[in-house]
Design a protein around this ligand. Structure first.
Ligand SMILES: [Zn+2]
Length: 484
């Protein structure tokens, strides 16, 4: 065909609703057009790109022994009820009007039902099954072009093994195949969740590409490829210093001084000589938390330490517990007894300034070993750009990332709930050990985290869950959370 005969409808103007670069360019270059919210028609040039990517994926999946399936997008709802994921997906899942059918947002249940019907012996494993299929997800707010659509194409693969060592082999083969796929696509990617050094040490890895359109914030080291979501990222930042002699504690009148910056300016001291106090509730239990200077507390890390959802104390609770308002709270002279924890940087520090639990007063020369009943020290900080990498000490960058793939050791979660068993060498019945591996639209297969479709892993900014009737909803947009 002549190029002049081609159907390439380009436009000069930036489409009004297209915010991110890829969305604008794909429309301007005539690669695709929207048909409805979050639904796109791929035109010949766009589909040519898609076919090329699919070809690369097929070659690399076949190279690790993958066998291609084509599973139906229309699924009987009963299969999804076996794993309780109708509830977990909530409004994200498209239900047909007759209620007996759903449009598949992913295919673990279908794969597990096929394995249940056909794999009977350890001799029939390992298996790697994959497909490139259209999937559906009822996004409450489709946006960013094809990055977050309601109908999308996804490569999903599943491994079935008879042993946990076998799962490691399948998982590592996928990790290697994914590296090759993204390299061949010309993407500069990084891997989040990889244990440093050895592969397969952790249960899941996310392949990400740096982009301002990304919804994940990641601490990244270009020198050693350390990469971690800011919710869990650590750094090798220095602890607060300790001087040889601790002076006696002194109370200082500090009228109208609230913030760490105001305090350091008023007393002509460094912010790193101040201990910031925060009060949170975990259930009914108030907890007093100390951070060094202007370090920001990471709520996700705090939840991990306290083992439950947390919320900041209200002003009237602060007054009742400490005897002062926010900005004047500290470790000495508390009104009520409270559990006290502190960030690692404060361990063993002295010569510090903090609130006096009395409005307009602060206390100086605090020695954390001598004066504060700290129950335990933890990494509670939000890592900032420029801090030293925990693995190699070079500078970390904080970047936005788009998740382009995810490999995940499912284990026996689906085979147990759907009774997909095999007979081992001794003739004993065992659940099949599975892995799942996606490229494309992310569906949140990590059972450890609970996430909202629109506010993926942004709980550190105070976005969390709340109960609305019987459903658990995102506090920001009331979108469904799914422990998928
Ligand atoms: Zn590093």
């Amino acid at each position: 065909m002549r190029f002049t005969k081609g159907f390439f409808p380009t436009v000069k103007e930036v489409p009004a609703d297209a915010v991110i670069a890829s969305h604008q360019l794909m429309i301007r270059a005539g690669l695709m057009r929207p048909l409805g919210a979050g639904i796109y028609s791929f035109f010949p040039l766009g589909y040519a790109v898609m076919k090329k990517v699919m070809q690369i994926i097929r070659e690399e999946m076949d190279a690790i022994g993958g066998q291609e399936f084509h599973l139906p997008a229309l699924n009987p709802v009963e299969l999804w009820e076996e794993t309780d994921r109708v509830k977990a997906f909530g409004d994200i899942m498209f239900h047909l009007k007759n209620r007996a059918l759903v449009l598949a947002p992913t295919h673990e249940e279908i794969i597990t039902s096929i394995a249940r019907n056909h794999i009977k012996s350890y001799k029939e494993m390992p298996q790697i099954w994959y497909q490139i299929q259209t999937k559906f997800r009822n996004e409450p707010r489709p946006k960013s072009g094809v990055l977050r659509g309601r109908q999308f194409t996804m490569k999903d693969a599943y491994s079935m093994d008879s042993t946990w060592d076998g799962l490691d082999v399948s998982y590592n083969a996928h990790a290697e195949a994914y590296r090759k796929i993204y390299t061949r696509c010309g993407l500069k990617f990084f891997i989040v969740g990889a244990s440093s050094g050895a592969m397969g040490g952790s249960g899941s890895q996310e392949f990400m590409v740096e982009s301002n359109a990304g919804e994940d914030t990641v601490a990244l080291c270009d020198a050693c490829s350390y990469a971690a979501n800011v919710e869990v990222a650590a750094s090798a930042i220095a602890k607060a210093s300790r001087t040889e002699n601790s002076k006696p504690v002194e109370e200082i009148h500090t009228p109208n001084i609230k913030s760490i910056d105001e305090l350091s300016e008023f007393l002509k001291i460094q912010t790193s000589q101040c201990a910031k106090s925060l009060v949170y509730f975990c259930g009914e239990t108030p907890v007093l938390i100390f951070m060094l200077g202007n370090d920001q507390m990471n709520e996700a890390k705090l939840q991990g330490v306290l083992g439950g959802d947390v919320r900041p104390a209200h002003p009237e609770e602060l007054l009742a517990l400490t005897g002062a308002d926010a900005g004047s709270i500290g470790p000495i002279g508390l009104k009520a007894k409270m559990k006290i924890i502190a960030d690692n940087r404060l361990e063993g520090a002295n010569g510090l300034y903090s609130g006096a639990n009395k409005n307009d007063y602060h206390v100086g020369n605090i020695d954390f070993n001598r004066d504060v009943a700290v129950e335990s020290y933890h990494d509670l900080r939000i890592v900032e750009g420029g801090e030293p990498c925990p693995d190699c000490g070079k500078e970390l960058r904080i970047v936005k990332g788009i998740e382009v793939g995810h490999i995940f050791k499912l284990g026996t979660k689906y085979s147990v709930s759907m009774k997909a068993n095999f007979l081992d060498e001794k003739g004993a019945e065992q659940p099949i050990i599975m892995g799942s591996y996606g490229i494309g639209h992310y569906l949140g297969q990590n059972s450890r985290s609970v996430r909202c479709s629109s506010h993926l892993r942004q709980r550190q900014r105070g976005i969390g869950r709340k109960k609305v009737g019987r459903a658990v909803r995102c506090t920001m947009c009331e979108g469904s959370y799914g422990a998928v």
